[in-house]
Design a protein around this ligand. Structure first.
Ligand SMILES: *Cc1c(COP(=O)(O)O)cnc(C)c1O
Length: 242
């Protein structure tokens, strides 16, 4: 894992330099979904203390036994509203906030827990029917509503999954769309919203995402190794990457 991590960091730095960006401005979010305690302990020993998971139940089952590792769990998968309570208790951050109903439920649960939470708004930047996310033209209203009515949610930026296609141009267009909407929302300067971060790019497309302005890439396979089944097994709502 140490070698894979070093390799990914090297590729991230090269992509940043190619785009004229400071590599220090691009964070790595390792995605540990489907991997167990041993792999996560190995990751923590390498200094990885912020990990992405896409299912609440799995996050919860790991958080207890791994409490001594001091991990910040980041939710990146589609959330049912009835999971808001667990999320408010366990997650450090949610990157997949994609609808008002969920935001309301999460804010209410966070009030009960007495804590705020950083969130990213997940945006649907491709036309694939399987992708969750807010339609871009609903973003401004969504962000304004959170700023006005949901005091425990701290909106920090946007997240997306690019279209699952071999054509780099189509993938790039998704990332560019996300950046353009981030810039537009930033220009709106909604009070209480700090619209900076762009979480975009995975093992197969993170270099394109960095070229298009990602501040954070979510990398699973390229660090932890291949998951034993195709993604549709763990991730029925996502692109069926194998
Ligand atoms: C699994 C997952 C990733 C990481 O995917 P890899 O291709 O394994 O790097 C990134 N983002 C989300 C939302 C995921 O569910």
């Amino acid at each position: 894992m140490a070698a894979r991590l070093a390799h990914i960091r090297g590729r991230m730095a090269t992509a940043a330099q190619r785009a004229g960006r400071d590599p220090a401005g691009i964070a790595l979010l390792p995605v540990s979904k489907t991997f167990g305690e041993a792999a996560i302990r190995e990751a923590a020993a390498l200094g990885l203390h912020r990990l992405g998971e896409n299912k609440v139940q799995e996050m919860r089952s790991k958080a207890g036994p791994l409490a001594d590792c001091g991990i910040d769990w980041v939710m990146i998968g589609h959330l049912q509203t009835n999971k808001a309570r667990d999320i408010a208790r366990i997650a450090a951050e949610v990157q997949s906030l994609d609808r008002v109903e969920l935001a309301v439920a999460l804010d209410r649960r966070l009030q009960l827990e007495g804590r705020t939470m950083d969130v990213l708004l997940q945006v649907k930047t491709s036309t694939e029917p399987s992708k969750y996310g807010i339609a871009p033209d609903e973003l401004t209203a969504f962000a304004r509503r959170i700023a006005r009515e949901m005091p425990m949610l701290r909106v920090r930026g946007l997240m997306t999954l690019a279209i699952n296609m071999p054509e780099p141009a189509a993938v790039r267009a998704c990332f560019r769309t996300l950046r353009e909407w981030r810039d537009r929302l930033r220009a709106d300067a909604i009070e209480g919203i700090d619209m900076q971060r762009l979480s975009m790019g995975m093992s197969g497309d993170f270099e394109i995402a960095i070229e298009e302005g990602a501040t954070e890439v979510r990398i699973g396979t390229a660090i932890f190794g291949r998951r034993p089944y195709g993604d549709d097994y763990y991730w029925p709502e996502g692109p069926a990457r194998k």
